[in-house]
Design a binder for this molecule. Structure first.
Ligand code: PLP
Length: 212
């Protein structure tokens, strides 16, 4: 079932991904390792996780399979060390303090940690993320972070106006030619995100089934 779902998602992506710029991240939060293994056997190797302890267990159980791990959940300061040591990408950096800690805690002997700034694209008071107006305050600091590489932005738009929000995110992204990554699009809005230039889509339910 997971292999078939994965195939369907891949078909949806390739129908729109004319420039072959989109990478599929399988979001496996709350799902058992056996589900991830099914996806791996079907060729998937980018995985996204939201909850640190659960993610660490999976990373350990699946080491040696050459997977790429993306942290996409809310980040508390006391979790940054484990994130810095165990992930390849972090999509949910929403304040300078977190970036500083990740930079200090990323081991020097591994590749730089790939970082995306989470943007609160609709300025929703209940959502985390940097407001679009504050992006230029935070970006210059990355020049001093020798263990991080700022790659781009992530957003989770309000479902009511995803189309406008993705377009807005795309316009902001265009102003930063040094950045190459735009993480947007989930099961419900993957097509809209790709039409607006997403380079990572993060798909959970449509691959692994609904979560409880
Ligand atoms: C859970 C989650 C996803 C996947 O959402 P689905 O609706 O299951 O595709 C993507 N991004 C983030 C940040 C998530 O927390």
């Amino acid at each position: 079932m997971i292999a078939r779902n994965l195939k369907k998602v891949q078909v949806r992506i390739s129908a729109l991904d004319k420039n072959q710029q989109v990478t599929l991240i399988a979001v496996s939060k709350t799902k058992p390792i056996s589900d991830l293994q099914q996806a791996i056997d079907a060729g998937q190797y980018h995985f996204g996780e939201n909850y640190l302890q659960e993610a660490l267990d999976k990373i350990k159980a699946l080491e040696n399979q050459n997977l790429i791990w993306h942290f996409i959940g809310a980040i508390q300061s006391n979790k940054t060390q484990q994130i810095a040591q165990n992930f390849d990408w972090v999509h949910s950096v929403d304040r300078l303090k977190i970036a500083k800690r990740l930079n200090q805690q990323r081991p020097d002997n591994v590749e730089k940690l790939n970082v995306l700034l989470q943007i609160n694209i609709d300025n929703e008071p209940t959502k985390s993320g940097i407001s679009p107006e504050k992006i230029d305050d935070i970006i210059p600091h990355f020049a001093t972070f020798s263990n991080l590489i700022l790659r781009g932005f992530m957003c989770i738009p309000s479902p009511d106006n995803a189309k406008q929000s993705f377009a807005k995110m795309a316009n902001i992204f265009k102003k930063y030619p040094n950045l190459d990554t735009l993480s947007m699009g989930m099961s419900r809005d993957l097509e809209l995100a790709i039409e607006n230039g997403a380079t990572f889509v993060r798909i959970g339910a449509d691959i692994f089934g609904k979560r409880d």
